[in-house]
Write a protein that binds this ligand. Structure first.
Ligand SMILES: Cc1cc2nc3c(=O)[nH]c(=O)nc-3n(C[C@H](O)[C@H](O)[C@H](O)COP(=O)(O)O)c2cc1C
Length: 348
């Protein structure tokens, strides 16, 4: 029997959407601490890359300690690649795996992965099958030592297990899918019907086609249509696209009878978006500093410069911060962050 993880999460589910280049361990830690979302996702990682032993990719799977269910996201086009990766994700202590069938990026779709899978429903269903098989065999005791994976990958897994003192309980973990309503045109119903046949635990649907990228408005009527299909199949449907605050999330969930929603961009620099809370100017700044500190501690090999965009997002919510933003966009280390934010705090 598949684990009841998704069923056990309090409804409605209001989780954080995965964002490549953003949803690293530090970002998830800060969101978790101040936003308490129902669920978190990692950035997506290539199954092909993992199977080729490219271990730096696995840094996306560095943890932060939490009881909040956290799902590892994978992308790829070769169904069998998902088998090993499901077992790796399980060994790393994640609560489930999510298959990306929505990324519009050319580097991903040209290899038949991400949103390109909308054009290949049979392959998409095979992928779910192999991911589920990986979890099933793992739950029944299959060891990763018996897989053909690189020594560096097994070393990384042991390192994470020791560092986070993971006590891995073998159980059947859930497979979910995140996708869009179409490739170059809207095909919600036939596409979701295919996915329903694969029986994932959850489908997250972003109400745009690949062609739309992030332009225009997410089509929530299509998300509502998909929900009528998934309800009958006991699959949880999470809507996604353009949600700005908790009230909007609740309205959409109730209007379209959804299991919940994922919020992405509106949570950048604003972990409080998951709660009905408006933090003070001072608290926003203190959390921005904490975010940088956590990053340097948890991801010592990470690029400090990747924090600049986060600092800029925190400023978006601060009146009068525009004049500091340009300086924050040039910071190179923690000392520089502290100097500028101390100035900002003195003026608030
Ligand atoms: C910078 C960026 C990176 C993203 N990376 C991923 C990803 O790794 N996996 C994924 O499924 N979706 C990814 N997405 C899509 C988001 O999860 C989400 O579907 C999209 O942003 C719409 O939701 P929002 O309007 O709440 O942001 C990304 C979006 C952005 C803006």
């Amino acid at each position: 029997m598949e684990t009841d993880l998704w069923k056990s999460i309090k409804k409605p589910i209001i989780g954080q959407a995965p964002m490549d280049g953003i949803s690293d361990a530090a970002f998830r830690y800060i969101t978790d601490k101040y936003g308490h979302p129902s669920v978190l996702f990692t950035e997506f990682v290539s199954v092909e890359g993992i199977n080729r032993g490219i271990t730096p990719l696995l840094s996306a799977f560095i943890h932060h300690k939490t009881k909040t269910p956290t799902i590892a996201q994978l992308f790829g086009s070769n169904p069998k690649d998902f088998y090993n990766c499901a077992m790796i994700v399980a060994e790393l202590g994640y609560d489930g795996l999510d298959i990306n069938m929505g990324c519009p990026d050319r580097s991903v779709t040209k290899k038949g992965a991400g949103a390109a899978l909308i054009l290949e429903p049979i392959r998409a269903k095979e992928i779910v099958k192999w991911a589920k098989k990986g979890f099933k065999d793992w739950s029944e005791g299959r060891k990763i030592a018996n897989l053909k994976i690189s020594a560096k990958t097994t070393d990384f897994i042991s390192f994470i297990q020791k560092k986070y003192r993971l006590s891995i309980k073998r159980r059947l973990l859930p497979v979910s899918i995140k996708t869009r309503i179409g490739y170059d045109k809207v095909v919600t119903l036939p596409w979701i019907n295919h996915l329903v046949e694969a029986q994932p635990a959850v489908i997250t649907l972003h109400g745009r086609t690949l062609q739309q990228l992030y332009h225009g408005k997410a089509d929530w009527e299509e998300i509502g249509r998909a929900a009528t299909l998934t309800r009958g199949a006991s699959i949880i449907l999470l809507g996604n696209g353009d949600i700005k605050n908790i009230d909007e999330a609740k309205v959409k969930i109730s209007k379209y009878k959804l299991g919940g929603v994922l919020i992405g961009r509106a949570s950048c620099g604003n972990p409080w978006v998951f709660q009905d809370k408006t933090p003070s100017y001072r608290q926003r700044l203190e959390v921005a500093v904490e975010h940088c500190q956590v990053f340097t501690k948890m991801l010592p090999d990470g690029h400090f410069l990747s924090l600049r965009k986060h600092l800029s997002w925190y400023c978006k919510y601060l009146k009068g911060a525009a004049k500091y933003r340009a300086r924050l966009m040039r910071v190179k280390n923690m000392v520089e962050v502290n100097v500028i934010i101390s100035e900002m705090l003195n003026h608030c």
